[in-house]
Design a binder for this molecule. Structure first.
Ligand SMILES: [Zn+2]
Length: 232
């Protein structure tokens, strides 16, 4: 299922609202005992980028939810290979069930865990997703925070006429898509103006390894099957 950019933008804003209301609300007091005057502002970005940032001068935490990240999470097929998918399955969050709804709620928790990690001084260069980070993230899931975020997102989206799919995404969809590609095929991937071209040198479980051709000669990419199409 694909959604309009404008819908993705609204969902990104709702993710920000969920983060501020459900996660920041209860944590704010503790954060402010460590850094007096800290505040959190969530925003919707226009690209894929989704991240937490802290500005020590203004003591402002910012979490950006990218509109294209939201859109991608509505398209089941791209989900394999994402960190959030691996975390849900690998750590058993939401009973290990990967759906649009769970991915979006988990993304809020993931970014907020970075905020808490930052405040507790456990964010280190080169080891961002470290043991301390996962202790925080696990806690957000076991404490019921994650489920509350999901309930908020489902409810507020519905009020805006947006249905967040709860159906499970399966690897079978990916296999179907992959069967259309073979080693040696010339493919295009990415979106204009950053569209690239290359030749498939390996078909993996969820992606293809593509050797760049033309302007992209010398580069190698791992491309999710949903982002790839045959060149004409
Ligand atoms: Zn992260």
């Amino acid at each position: 299922m694909s959604i309009a950019p404008e819908t993705a933008h609204r969902v990104a804003l709702l993710m920000g609202a969920a983060t501020e209301a459900i996660l920041w609300g209860p944590a704010r007091g503790w954060v402010q005992t460590r850094h007096a005057g800290s505040e959190l502002k969530c925003r919707a970005g226009s690209g894929q980028a989704t991240y937490h940032k802290f500005d020590p001068h203004s003591r402002r935490h910012t979490i950006t939810y990218g509109r294209q990240m939201v859109a991608a999470k509505f398209e089941g097929i791209t989900s394999q290979g994402w960190l959030s998918t691996r975390e849900i399955q690998g750590r058993g969050y939401f009973e290990g069930e990967v759906s649009t709804c769970n991915l979006l709620a988990h993304t809020c928790c993931h970014e907020f865990a970075h905020l808490l990690q930052n405040v507790s001084g456990e964010r280190h260069h080169g080891s961002v997703h470290n043991a301390a980070f996962y202790r925080i993230l696990d806690e957000m899931h076991t404490s019921g925070g994650a489920v509350a975020v999901r309930a908020f997102l489902v409810e507020k989206s519905r009020q805006q006429g947006i249905e967040l799919p709860r159906s499970l995404m399966t690897l079978d969809d990916v296999r179907d898509q992959l069967s259309r590609f073979a080693v040696g095929d010339t493919v295009q991937f990415g979106q204009a103006p950053r569209q690239r071209e290359g030749r498939i040198i390996r078909v993996n479980r969820r992606t293809c390894t593509v050797q760049g051709t033309g302007r992209w000669r010398g580069a190698r990419y791992r491309v999710p099957v949903s982002m790839m199409r045959h060149s004409r």
